[in-house]
Design a protein around this ligand. Sequence first.
Ligand code: C2O
Ligand code: CU
Length: 484
Amino acid sequence: MEAGWGALMFRFLVVLFVASCGFGGSIIAAENGSAAQFVKEYQAFLGTVQETGVIHEFDLVAAPIQLSLGRGKPAMRWAYNGQVPGPTFRVKLGDRVKVTLTNKLPQATTIHWHGVRVPNKMDGVPFLTQTPVQPDKKFTYDFIPQDAGTYWFHPHVRSHEQVERGLFGVLIVEDENEPDYDQDIVWVLDDILTEEDGSFVDQFSLKILDTGGRLGNILTVNGSSKPVFEVRAGERVRLRLVNVSNARNFRLSIPGLNSSIIAVDGNLVGSLQQVDTFNIVPGNRVDIDLMVPLDFDGQTIDIANTFFHREAGGGAAEGPEVMARIAVKGQVKTVKTFLAPTRADIPDWKGALDIAPDFEFDFDTSLNFDALWTDKGFLSFTINNKVYGDHDITALKNGRFYRMRFTNGTGLYHPVHIHGVFFKVLARDGIPVNEPYFRDTALLDYDGSLEIGIVPADLGEWLSHCHLLEHAALGMKTTIDVTE
Ligand code: C2O
Ligand code: CU
């Protein structure tokens, strides 16, 4: 049997076609990486988890509680297990986590495991991945975290209200060989909006919303204003920062202490990053390696937020505002001199910008006249001119490389978050950047743009949204559907 020229030629063309269209549809310069190579690099970065067989069973009861905000009368907040922030769960990579949520709130709720690659049905997005948990009902989340690092959890029903009222907690997944820090501390960064008399502003109507979202007038760390943390001179401290605020960006200054960022959104970085220029937007986690100089015994260091909100009405302070203090007392006997942890397998994805974007997402606003007769806001926050519910589903194939472009038609900033995946920022506002880490939330700046590369690795329809929670509530959400 001989295959005719026609058939051979046809097969050759099919091969050519598949080769050029398989990954994003663009042919790129040879000295740069190819989309196929980016996929391999990302999959190697993810690795595979060895299950330990250990099961952690945690209970989370979400309920209203009276809590003092430090001044004025105690405020009614909503809390997990009676505390704001909620508990910090620590597990080892490969352990199984079972969390039973009991809803004692006057509203339905869910838990979303922010940044954790969970099975789609454990992702906590109402009506997309699960039916919301009604008052007096329970739901058990059950998953094995796939990546070590600092993560957090929060409701995904009326998040702008439920998170702001106090529902959030931290999940730490430890690697088998964690560096030997003297202290491992979590700082949950937030802001609370209070009235003159110090009481909590109990108003969550989207009708009267300030478009920049809810900015508080008291900055808090772990629920209190300007708390003091004690360290000893010579200590090595791992500080895990989590921004749980609805709308506030933080940029911290840590004067005098030898400090660098070792992880972003859970993942260790490829090279150490500077703390004082880093935007910690709502949703972000940043882990810092701190070294307290030996001659600092007896000193107190102020940690201040130096980011100022353009649109922050009366809420934000005018100068750098102190968030917490570090008091140095006593000295360690042996100073730990290990190198700050980094990982060598963060690809630079050189050439990824040469690939044309597969998808564009334009973040914008439009007037909403329905607000006259509904409970909705007068401004809709849209992605490609559509609010959530009317949105177009973005279809992605598992294990392919995609380029996405986010543009911003608003004079407001938007923390872009994608569930179920890490991505890499390739350019910001048209300027190429080489961030040596993957993240799950990135700042789309005032009137700016964001170019990212992404390789979906988990099946299902995942939410993607602005993590400025009021914007999300007003429609700025969409979905990506990852199929085989
Ligand atoms: Cu922090 Cu959609 O979530
Ligand atoms: Cu936004």
